[in-house]
Design a protein around this ligand. Structure first.
Ligand code: 4NP
Length: 163
């Protein structure tokens, strides 16, 4: 079997949104029996939380939906690590801009919500729930669930170029 497709979910701190995205998309990939084709991980563009666990509010939201984030430890993505990944999935436009500034090729940087049907010209962000209340985490979870299948559809359709 060919090597797994390496997909990195990226946010600012790697404690709230991107570890939740990683858990949600991995779960959907398992339900579709696609998980062996992928290696999913997550990272932040900032270094404040490196080595630490997920934010307890994010972990609690995951847990309420049957997902386990207890083994998560925060990582930072830097220019040195760009070559390690086939795809980057940014949670918001600032994360995307930071990845491009690190040298990530634009053709490999996706936005988590870019496949969502919308009337707006600009792709929406997964808003940062870090400074908000617990509702923000449930809201982020719902957005991630809504978009996980669409993201996997795209990755499946665009896998041949990774082989
Ligand atoms: P995340 O949320 O990018 O979704 O993990 C944040 C976590 C921590 C900080 C900012 C956003 N922070 O500034 O420490």
């Amino acid at each position: 079997m060919s090597d797994p497709i390496r997909v990195l979910f990226v946010c600012l701190g790697n404690i709230c949104r991107s570890p939740l995205a990683e858990a949600v998309v991995r779960d959907v990939s398992k339900k579709r029996n696609l998980h062996e084709r992928y290696y999913f991980a997550s990272a932040g563009t900032g270094n404040w939380h490196v080595g630490g666990p997920a934010d307890p509010r994010s972990a609690a939201t995951a847990s309420q939906h049957g997902l386990d984030m207890s083994s998560h430890r925060a990582h930072q993505i830097t220019a040195h690590g760009i070559e390690d990944w086939h795809w980057f999935v940014a949670m918001d436009h600032a994360n995307r801009r930071d990845l491009l500034n690190m040298g990530a090729p634009a053709s490999r940087v996706l936005l988590m919500r870019q496949f969502e049907a919308t009337d707006d010209k600009q792709t929406a962000d997964v808003p940062d729930p870090y400074y908000g209340g617990p509702d923000g985490f449930e809201h982020a979870y719902a957005m991630l669930v809504d978009n996980a299948g669409l993201l996997l559809d795209f990755l499946e359709a665009n896998t041949s170029e990774q082989d």
